[in-house]
Design a binder for this molecule. Structure first.
Ligand SMILES: Cc1cc2nc3c(=O)[nH]c(=O)nc-3n(C[C@H](O)[C@H](O)[C@H](O)COP(=O)(O)OP(=O)(O)OC[C@H]3O[C@@H](n4cnc5c(N)ncnc54)[C@H](O)[C@@H]3O)c2cc1C
Length: 336
């Protein structure tokens, strides 16, 4: 490990010298980004996550459309910066140290949806930056069936595809027909749904296995296939889903289910049976309403949340011999 030991050495390796970090860990300094890209420096990520937690990103961009996105990614590539994709930030635990390199927040309600109606079938091309719940409601209002489950679910269409999000017995992959991604070299590619290799809350886009993950692939639009249904019934279903969430899910800042459900049981049930509802460390608490949610009761740090995650995993492992796997994704600079 090469540490910066004096001012000259610190300048040489680009460290600020206050943390004794190996410079190999650092993202290169990208210099000043072009003004037209409106990229912010040292921008706190907490304001872009539903947990309201996360330290600063070296660079943070919020491109409004695929053209701006490609220019942003081209700049990051030219500067050699690692890229972190954030959609709605509703399934992320961003470290207190923040994100090294370039964080790209891709969400917008303005991007237009393209519609192609063929008899009883409706094909939609939905920009990845649209919020999922809004698209769910948009479909119900037009009497297009199959996407009501998405009403009330936080996050973007892009994030829902990457996570294969789901609710009420359905998951995203059941609606996806195709998806278009920007690759790190800027090329646009359209793939069929099988490319995602989706399973429960998993696709290759968020695979921890690097050999499988198409690193840097950025979803820009998704082709959905729906069918005609009864508008009133669909709107009633949407209301039911929204009411169910209000009753069963906490309202404090959180990131949804912390753990995936192990085969044959529910993570929330295991945590509740272990007597952990209400367990708190710092500002992070296992929700008294739903044991698979950790809430930020005020001033929680990412380290607080991680401590609660580890505690719940340990207690369930020791009590039941079951390993709880996180559904929430740890993102950013987690060096201790
Ligand atoms: C109150 C609450 C309730 C929730 N309920 C549910 C639920 O019922 N079911 C469920 O499945 N989840 C639920 N979640 C979790 C979360 O809402 C979903 O996982 C959601 O689909 C994440 O979307 P996002 O845009 O916020 O993604 P983010 O959290 O921003 O990112 C998640 C992953 O997707 C990647 N990603 C995001 N956008 C893109 C893109 N355009 N291209 C490539 N990769 C991308 C990110 O890099 C990351 O790997 C809940 C969360 C909250 C806060």
């Amino acid at each position: 490990m090469a540490f910066a030991t004096d001012a000259a050495e610190r300048d040489r390796v680009g460290n600020d010298g206050d943390d004794g970090l190996d410079d190999a860990w650092r993202a290169p300094d990208g210099g000043d980004p072009p003004e037209e890209l409106a990229i912010e420096r040292d921008e706190p990520v907490a304001r872009y996550t539903s947990f309201r937690i996360g330290g600063p990103a070296d660079y943070l961009a919020r491109p409004a459309n695929p053209e701006a996105l490609r220019e942003t990614l081209a700049w990051g590539r030219a500067e050699g910066l690692p890229v972190t994709v954030i959609g709605g930030g509703s399934n992320l635990l961003v470290s207190d140290r923040g994100i090294r390199g370039l964080a790209v927040v891709y969400r917008s309600e303005r991007a237009p949806i393209e519609v192609d109606e063929r008899g009883d079938e409706v094909r939609l091309t939905v920009p990845a930056q649209r919020m999922l719940s809004g698209v769910g409601r948009y479909c119900c209002e037009r009497g297009w069936a199959g996407f009501d489950w998405a009403v009330g679910l936080p996050g973007t269409v892009g994030g829902a595809v990457a996570n294969n999000a789901g609710a009420h017995g359905t998951e995203m992959i059941e609606n996806v027909d195709t998806l278009t991604v920007v690759m790190p070299d800027g090329a646009l590619r359209t793939h069929g749904r099988d490319w995602l290799r989706a399973r429960y809350r998993h696709t290759i886009l968020r695979s921890p296995v690097l050999a499988e993950r198409p690193v840097g692939a950025f979803v820009v639009s998704v082709g959905l296939r729906l069918r005609r249904g009864d508008r009133d019934e669909l709107l009633a279903l949407a209301e039911e889903h929204a009411a169910w969430r209000k009753e069963h899910q906490p309202r404090k800042p959180c990131a949804g289910s912390i753990f995936k459900n192990p085969p044959g049981t529910w993570a929330g049930l295991l945590i509740e049976e272990a007597g952990l509802k209400g367990y708190q460390f710092g500002g992070a608490q296992i929700s008294p309403l739903h044991a698979n949610f950790i809430v930020n009761v005020g001033g929680a740090t990412a380290a607080d949340v991680l401590a609660v995650i580890r505690h719940a995993q340990r207690v369930v492992r020791e009590g039941r011999g079951i390993e709880l796997e996180t559904e929430v994704e740890l993102v950013g600079d987690w060096r201790l």
